[in-house]
Structures are given as C-alpha cells and as structure tokens.
Design a protein around this ligand. Sequence first.
Ligand code: TXA
Ligand code: MG
Length: 352
Amino acid sequence: MTLVVRVDRDRPDPSALAPAADCLRRGGLVAFPTETVYGLGVHALNREAVLKLFEAKGRPADDPLIVHIAEFTAITPLIESMPEAAGMLAARFWPGPLTLVLPRGRHVPLEVTAGLDTVAVRIPSHPVARALLTAAAIPVAAPSANLFSRPSPTRAAHVLEDLEGRIDMVVDAGATDVGVESTVLDLTVTPPQILRPGAITLETLQAVLPSVDVANPRAPGTPMPSPGLLPTHYAPRAPMTLFQGEAAATRDALAEAARHAIASGRRVGVIASAGDLAVLSGLPVVVAEIGPDDSANAMAARLYGALRELDAAEVDLIVAREPPRHDGLWRALRDRLRRAAAHLVAVGAARR
Ligand code: TXA
Ligand code: MG
C-alpha cells in the first residue's frame, strides 16, 4: 500500500511531513516534490534501501543517483574533496535545480553511485523538499519517481500511475515548477561539463565559470544520430517522431505526417505549441498543447504531463516539432524532446 500525504506547497505542515521523514530514516521509499520533478527518496547511506529503490523503479544498477541534502554543511561527509568551483557555484545556485558531480566520499555506498568514484549532489529549492530533508536529517538519494524509461513525474498522480503499491509514501504538493530535471554539471573533469541541460542554463553557468562546456555537443552540420542510437530515456509508449527545422516547414511536415497516419487508420497524438493549432484544425488528432511558442518555461512545465496524456489516450504514434532555438532553457527542452523521440526527421533547410 502506498500512503498519500497532501501538504501545502509553500507552508507544509511539519506534523504531516514527520511520518514521511521517519519512513525515510527507517529505509522506506518516499516520493516527494522538488522544483524540477517528483523524486523517489531513500536513505542514501542505507545500502539495502537503495537496492530496494532500484527494484521498485526497475532501474538498471549502472545508472547513478543524485544525493539530496538540505544544507551546504551536509555535503562534507559525502565528498572526498571540494573542487574550488563547487563552493562558488553552490553559493550562487543552491538551493536550486543544479546537480554537481564531485569526488565521492568513502561513506557513500557504491550502490548509489553505480560504482563510480564520483557522487552527484544537490540542494533542491522546493519548500516541501527542503522541509522533508531537514526533518529527515539524512542525505536522501532520489531519482525521478517514475518507472524506468517513463517520462519523469511532475504531479503526484504521475507517481501513483507508475509506482502505486511499489513504494511506501507519496508527499503530494501539486505540480512541480520547472517540469524538467536538474542541470547535471560534472566538476571532476576539466573543463567542467554539463552532462544534462536543465533550468540552470549553460549561459548562466558560464557567467560564473566561463570554462563550462556541454558534454558531447553534436557539431552543426553533422548527420543526425540514427534512431537506434538515440538515448530513449523519457519515452512515451507510442513512438514519437520529432521534426527538426524552421517553424513553417516543420509545421507543414507535422500536419502532413498526421494526415498520412490517419489515412492508414492510426490514432495520432500531437505535442503542439499554440502556434501549431491552426495547421491541425479539422484533423481528428489528440492534441496535447504545451504552451505559447515563445515560452520555454511553459513548455518545459507541460512536456512530461503531455507525453503521459497522449499515452493515456492510447494513441498509436506521436508527432512533435523541435523548437528552433537552443539558448537558455530551450536547450533542455530540445534535449528532452529528442530523448523522448524514436525518430528524428530533418525538414526544409535543415535537410541540406
Ligand atoms: O531534478 C532532478 O535532478 C531530479 C529530482 C528528483 O532531483 N532527479 C533526477 O534523477 O532527475 P535521475 O536519477 O532521474 O537522474 C540523475 C541523472 C542521471 O542522468 C545520472 O546518470 C546522473 O544524474 N548522475 C548521477 N550521478 C552521477 C555521477 N556520479 N556521475 C555522472 N552522472 C551522474
Ligand atoms: Mg530519471
């Protein structure tokens, strides 16, 4: 049985959180909201509990977890040494959606770090996450609270969809803010590398630490990775085709692909921005609208929920457009769309 506890987002009742904090201390599995997505928390220094968490998620053991703490001072026992940049970045961005990969302290179980000599750490800014971590007074390892390969949960209902009956508790404080996972920055390499883009953007990080780089950027003009090589981490159940290129051309391609699939009797889901609605009008498609065309924030907040909606609508395939920008939060949005996609199709100018 999974117990659901509802709390106020901004002023969570300490007596409501106490059982969740207790449960974590005793090695239980507790899902809770962070500013990015819901996490599935477990006592980070309790090996058996960590193994239980991997099993509940169906997560492969070679994928390391992020350790969440409430205060900067709690980092000391988790790391072997503090790279100079860490203090500076922590002072500027913690609490917040930035994860730092640091040299692993010897008390952090290898189960948490998937055998690596590094450990990922962050201080979340969500009031409920902070209150829970403070009450538990232990480091909490927490991956996103979804089944392996499903989109990350941005609401408690998403957590229950995937994990009801497999975990002890869910702390429900409504929708999360950012909607995509934290930026993961590796400080154990020179120059520091962004392993996963997120709300703390490349540009913002470079303003503090100019040498920050993005891991394995695909040089402009190089061929698309073949569909088989795409990391399908955040996949909806129905295969998704992502059209890349300039707005008008991708919009036409999107509508054309939808028409074609409908003609062959398939049920089509569309991840659409407000500007896409016109070309879809009159088409019998299931539309999940993710926001105005100029707001990466709105789109990021809605993306995972939209993927789940289309799965629930039992569509046979999903079509979407890649936003044409990649600065700021657009980079993270593009990254998550690509990971969710089974096929990338370049259209118009992008094909040359
Ligand atoms: O926003 C978030 O980061 C959410 C909330 C719950 O905090 N958590 C999250 O966890 O997204 P998860 O497990 O779904 O993703 C963790 C990412 C993975 O890509 C993992 O490979 C990377 O962090 N990671 C963790 N430890 C690492 C390490 N030692 N070295 C390199 N990458 C690491
Ligand atoms: Mg995840």
